[in-house]
Design a protein around this ligand. Sequence first.
Ligand SMILES: Cc1cc2nc3c(=O)[nH]c(=O)nc-3n(C[C@H](O)[C@H](O)[C@H](O)COP(=O)(O)O)c2cc1C
Length: 197
Amino acid sequence: MTHKPAPTEVSIHELIAGRWSPRAYSNAPVSHEQVRAVLEAARWAPSSYNMQPWRFMVFERAADEAAFKRAFATLVPFNQGWNASAQVLIAATAQKLTAKGEVNRTAAYDAGAAAMALVLQAHALGLAAHQMSGFDVTAFRKEFAIPEDVEVIAMISIAHYGDAAALDPALRDREKAERQRMSVGEIAYRGAWKAAF
Ligand SMILES: Cc1cc2nc3c(=O)[nH]c(=O)nc-3n(C[C@H](O)[C@H](O)[C@H](O)COP(=O)(O)O)c2cc1C
């Protein structure tokens, strides 16, 4: 399955409605140019004071399988299972301090915006991209000697779409289930906290 559009309340752009988090991957190669393109999209995300606190550690299986495997090993077993054919892993991190050494309150927010641009570009390229918090951050920091002022936030895997029928039965059902969200009424308030939108 490659198409699972959001059942939206109001019509929105296909790029946003069409992006989702697949787990059925094929082992077809993801080109270096495609990786460059998703990073380029991340690069143009907005950020507070244009500080661009995001930093991405990129692991391309085809370019450096040993490094890819070291990053892959930090995924929790559940994520390792469905990522067996993933071609690219990208660790999304953020520099927590400004150039003056002060805490950048929006560093993670900005890195999240960049990550969203990245996965939207992957979707636009017809690739599957899936963000993950399920990895051992402590092990990752140690393995790749991440400096203390850098927050390691999420891992993103990228691959070509694969066959959902090849997934474990439980995952197959999740792959096919309709995408769920709270309603706009639950996430948006009008003018006062909890006031109906
Ligand atoms: C920061 C973050 C961490 C996530 N961690 C995992 C994860 O470890 N494993 C997983 O299978 N999915 C993970 N997901 C995917 C979410 O479960 C998914 O985005 C959510 O269920 C909504 O589905 P959709 O992206 O298809 O709309 C994560 C998503 C985000 C944004």
